[in-house]
Design a binder for this molecule. Structure first.
Ligand code: GLY
Length: 592
């Protein structure tokens, strides 16, 4: 199989020592508020994909919690009110900034592979890749990480007991909340899988039928599971009654989770990846996310041009070419840093980026040389992100997920916990594309206790004028959305405009630019096609087909961002207008 031709592979394979998990591009410019700038924010700002989750965070702040307590509250509330996207049956990444210590840490609560699973388990009797097993039911589910993250956040960073920070989520699960359109549509698309399992039917059917917008959705089993977690911490989920129910439910459906898989789960604190772009210091996700490495490559490639001075078609062409090159490396080098040596120093270096930049023709698309036949989901409803800045200057950027819509579809009876289908983010078969159309090899093959590669990219941006927190769901598109968000802040946009920015994406394979309506003018699309790019952008006809339900949406992502403007000491939030239930709130500290 031919993956790449010409000079790029030669550049990519420059020999370098593998340098372990924490190596990263180090910033030359340490952007921190200078003496003329504000020392603490005037209040708190929270942006999340559901107004009830944002309110849960504000409630915990009003009760004396800090950003980390609020992060538990928002994360747990999203797990209740946005089961389509994330939950305590899944995992996530939390990028934290402790203001007092001036310390950043990346809390890795990614799911891990059960010990008894191997690649061969995902083959049919005919030796074909078993896509159903990879994405639906017990074999699709990794060991959840989010509950352990809550315990760690409360013990190490919070000011309130876990019981208090989980209270809003428990209340929402007991009392219920109104089903919204995205939740209903997502359910319809996954109903066949979800209704295979008795525990899922018990949890998700309302009066014996599929949910409809406006129904009140209650999850009493999930409330009891959260209560056991609140009361007993780690043991309240990974051992004892909840663990018994999880194991019974997974094993009853033929899965191979063991008590030891649950009891040995651990979150990992990692050094974030740091880089510079223009006057910004960017603090972002290290492996097992690919996001930070890709951002380092794309931004350092793009730093070779004054993007703002280029015409829009050339700017789009160069940005796409940087995306293409960054995604190529994902395929071969990236995996869980605790299991594989990743050549981080090379992949994130300026010299490497300069080499990649030199392979870009200023007027011609570089063919990716192989088309994957796999469609890439366009919607942004998988996964979710929230951003917080508190009145002490603490920050949280958190992205969490159950992977595809409603994860594996499996709820072990009595738990209310919808399990993820994150095993599909492993390279379950070498060279076989996953649901997002990306593939991998040994570095991302499943091994006992190993985490699967992720695209989740919670990110901070710091300059002398401004501190921004951002991230989004969207599978592989997360990384390119965060890139465009960074370029938006760099161009001086406000937070809401950054959340609303039209998007475009390229991921090496398939060799195609996907663009939202409004991302490019017809003239720019024509210029890009002249340069040799395939451009998939909506036109009138496509919109008509879509409204008739015959194509997928040409809109994606759910970017949630907050920013602290240091010069005038103001806070702002931006919530993605593509999502009908998101909210960004600023609550100012009352004058003494
Ligand atoms: N499951 C999507 C991601 O982690 O990239």
């Amino acid at each position: 199989m031919k993956f790449w031709s010409g000079v790029i592979i030669a550049v990519a394979l420059v020999a370098t020592p593998a340098c372990g998990r924490d190596a990263a591009a180090q910033p030359e410019h340490d952007a921190r508020p200078d003496s003329a700038a504000a020392k603490v924010p005037p209040g708190v700002a929270i942006a999340s994909a559901h107004a009830l989750a944002t309110e849960a965070g504000l409630e915990i702040i009003r009760e004396g919690g800090n950003a980390f307590d609020a992060a538990i509250a928002v994360s747990a509330a999203l797990s209740v009110v946005e089961p389509i996207s994330s939950g305590i049956g899944g995992g996530g990444f939390f990028l934290l900034h402790q203001a007092e210590e001036d310390r950043d840490v990346f809390l890795d609560a990614r799911e891990t592979s059960p010990a008894a699973v191997s690649s061969d388990d995902y083959l049919t009797e005919d030796g074909e890749f078993d896509r159903d097993r990879a994405t639906n039911g017990p074999w699709a589910a990794g060991i959840p990480g989010l509950p352990a993250a809550f315990v760690h956040l409360a013990n190490e960073y919070g000011q309130l007991p876990l019981e208090r920070s989980l209270a809003p989520a428990i209340r929402l699960a007991d009392e219920g909340f109104p089903v919204y359109g995205r939740m209903e549509r997502g359910y319809q698309s996954r109903a066949e899988v979800m209704e295979r399992y008795p525990g899922t039917r018990d949890t998700f059917l309302i009066d014996g039928r599929a949910m409809r917008e406006g129904d009140t959705f209650r999850q009493p089993d999930l409330a009891r599971t959260l209560e056991r977690l609140a009361a007993d911490g780690f043991d309240g989920f990974y051992r004892g009654r909840t663990a018994e129910l999880l194991l019974e439910g997974v094993q009853a459906e033929g899965g191979v989770w063991t008590a030891d898989d649950l009891a040995s789960y651990k979150v990992v604190e990692r050094e974030p990846l740091r880089l510079n772009y223009h006057e910004w210091e960017i603090v972002t996700a290290p492996p097992p996310s690919y996001g930070g490495v890709a951002l380092a490559q794309m931004l350092q490639i793009l730093a070779g041009w004054e993007l703002e001075e280029l015409d829009p078609a050339l700017r789009a062409h160069l940005t796409v070419e940087s995306m293409r090159r960054a995604f190529r490396d994902r395929t071969f080098y990236l995996g869980d840093p605790d299991f594989v040596d990743i050549p981080m120093e090379t992949l994130t270096s300026r010299d490497y980026a300069a080499g990649l930049r030199a392979t870009i023709h200023p007027q011609r698309a570089t063919p990716s040389d192989m088309l994957s036949g796999e469609p890439t989901p366009l919607e942004g409803d998988e996964t979710t992100h929230f951003s917080i800045i508190d009145a002490q200057g603490n920050r949280v950027a958190a992205t969490q997920t159950v992977n595809l819509l409603y994860g594996s579809g499996l709820v072990p009876p009595g738990t209310g916990v919808l399990l993820n289908n994150e095993m599909d983010d492993f390279a379950l078969q070498p060279g076989e594309a996953n649901a997002f159309g990306v593939m991998g090899f040994d570095a991302n093959a499943p091994e006992p206790g190993k985490s699967m590669l992720s695209s989740m990219t919670p990110t901070f941006m710091l300059s002398d004028d401004r501190i921004a927190v951002l991230g989004t769901p969207g599978g592989t598109r997360i990384i390119t959305m965060v890139l465009l968000g960074i370029l938006g802040y760099d161009a001086g946009l406000d937070a809401q405009s950054v959340a609303a920015l039209p998007r475009f994406h390229h991921q090496w394979l398939p060799d195609r630019i996907s663009a939202e309506r409004g991302a490019f003018s017809p003239e720019v699309i024509a210029r890009l096609r002249e340069m040799g790019h395939e451009v998939d952008a909506p036109d009138e006809q496509d919109e008509m087909r879509r409204s008739a339900g015959r194509t997928s949406s040409h809109s994606w992502g759910n970017l949630q961002t907050v920013a602290w403007n240091l010069r005038d000491n103001t806070l702002e939030g931006g919530t993605d207008p593509r999502n009908e239930v998101g909210s960004a709130e600023v609550q100012l500290t009352p004058e003494p």
